[in-house]
Design a protein around this ligand. Structure first.
Ligand code: 3PG
Length: 408
């Protein structure tokens, strides 16, 4: 577990506190409306609520989308969603560190909350840099003198060495917020000496990420079993020498992931008993689910799910697990015919007594759709940051907090 300070370590009464959160939410490209406010509610119900109760003057810094993308919108809606989640009015100013923002910060009273404009409207926000380099920017030089404390609660953006993520830690007393703390604590349960057996379940289409995480957790003796589904498992089957048939092979070619096969073969050679690949699969034949064993491959139909026998075997391994990570659905679960693999596997995770951690947009959506949310140990709000962390990477936002703590 990283060594940083938390909200418990400082006094927040009467203090002006800059809080970097991750409000980045899915946005409807047509209406520009927020489609899911999970992240906003998570920060509201924890860190922000606590700072209000502690009588701080809370200033929220956040990003939404990237310049030029359809989801790059102002944070007005986010401030409204935050107000709704908190049940109190929340101020909003269309400015990050100009005169309007500075005036609004100075006028804040104890217990009040102000949301500043999307930090990515500042052109250099996404420039990579060290805390010390960023501390010289106009952004930090204008805002830091108005604040007493910096709270980084944006675990989901902690993999970015961006101005608002790391810059304030060089010049202000800096602590981790509750979401940051909660995410790292939960992750340490599956990454640092996890209770054994420890099972990592990979599905979905992000083959490159899954392979890197597999390598890390196998080489470091973290995972005892790797269960594969989705596109990932198709690649593992190819690595085992199976020809999947034209539709699935063409799909893998189009995704440009076949280059990962040698790396997978190497991994399977080194850890022959730890990696599970499907023994049966479900294809979409004339619009219907049809199961076959992998020994019957190739198939002229596209593969859409793991088969019943595979799901059963995965369920047995999950049943014996003490810690579980789930990243990616087992098949095209959005289509009811191909929900089975994901349903059986995720239900086994939900029923298990193990500590389970689930992350990634599609995985979390599938868990929600199956009504299993309350039976999962921890649902991460992060995407890219979670992946980087599971690969064993150091997150600049976390490292910056550790450095600030060492200085303090
Ligand atoms: C995320 O949603 O993963 C974070 O908010 C980071 O967003 P980014 O990939 O645009 O930096």
């Amino acid at each position: 577990m990283p060594k940083f300070l938390t909200i418990d370590d400082l006094n927040f009464k009467d203090k002006t506190v800059l809080v970097r959160v991750d409000f980045n939410s899915p946005i409807d490209p047509q209406t520009k409306k927020i489609l899911d406010d999970t992240r906003i509610r998570a920060h509201a119900e924890t860190t922000i609520k606590e700072l209000i109760q502690k009588n701080a003057k809370t200033v929220i810094l956040a990003h939404q989308g990237r310049k030029g993308s359809a989801d790059f919108i102002p944070l007005k809606q986010h401030s409204q969603a935050l107000s709704k989640a908190l049940g109190i009015p929340v101020k909003y100013v269309e400015d990050v560190f100009g005169e309007k923002a500075k005036k609004a910060i100075k006028e804040l009273k104890n217990g009040e909350v102000l949301v500043l404009e999307n930090v990515r409207t500042y052109p250099d926000e996404r420039k990579k840099g060290t805390p010390e380099e960023h501390a010289k920017s106009e952004f930090i030089k204008n805002l830091a003198p108005l604040a007493d404390i910096f709270v980084n609660d944006a675990f989901a953006a902690a993999h970015r060495a961006h101005t608002s993520i790391v810059g304030f830690t060089a010049v202000l007393p800096s602590v981790a917020g509750r979401i940051m703390e909660r995410e790292l604590k939960s992750l340490s349960r599956v990454l640092e000496n996890p209770e054994k057996p420890c099972v990592y379940i990979f599905g979905g289409a992000k083959a490159d990420d899954s392979l890197k995480i597999s390598q890390y957790v196998l080489e470091n003796n973290i995972a005892d079993h790797i269960l594969t589904g989705g596109v990932i498992s198709h690649l593992f089957l190819v690595a085992k020498g199976f020809n999947l048939g034209k539709p699935s092979m063409q799909f893998l070619e189009k995704q440009e992931v076949l280059g990962l096969v040698p790396g997978i073969q190497e991994l399977m050679k080194t850890y022959p008993v730890k990696i599970e690949v499907p023994t049966d699969i479900a294809v979409k034949a004339e619009g219907k689910r049809k199961e076959t064993t992998v020994n019957e491959l190739p198939t002229s139909y596209p593969i859409y799910d793991i088969g019943t026998e595979t799901a059963k075997k995965y369920g047995e391994i999950i049943h014996k697990a003490k810690s579980i990570v789930v990243s990616g659905p087992m098949g095209v679960y959005e289509n009811k015919e191909f929900l089975l693999g994901t349903k059986k596997t995720f239900e086994a995770v939900a029923a298990s007594k193990a500590f389970s951690l689930v992350g990634g947009g599609h995985t979390v959506a599938a868990v929600k759709e199956l009504g299993l949310t309350n039976q999962i140990g921890y649902i991460s709000t992060a995407g890219g940051a979670l992946i980087e962390f599971l690969m064993g990477g150091a997150l600049p936002g976390v490292v910056a907090l550790e450095k600030a703590a060492a200085r303090a």
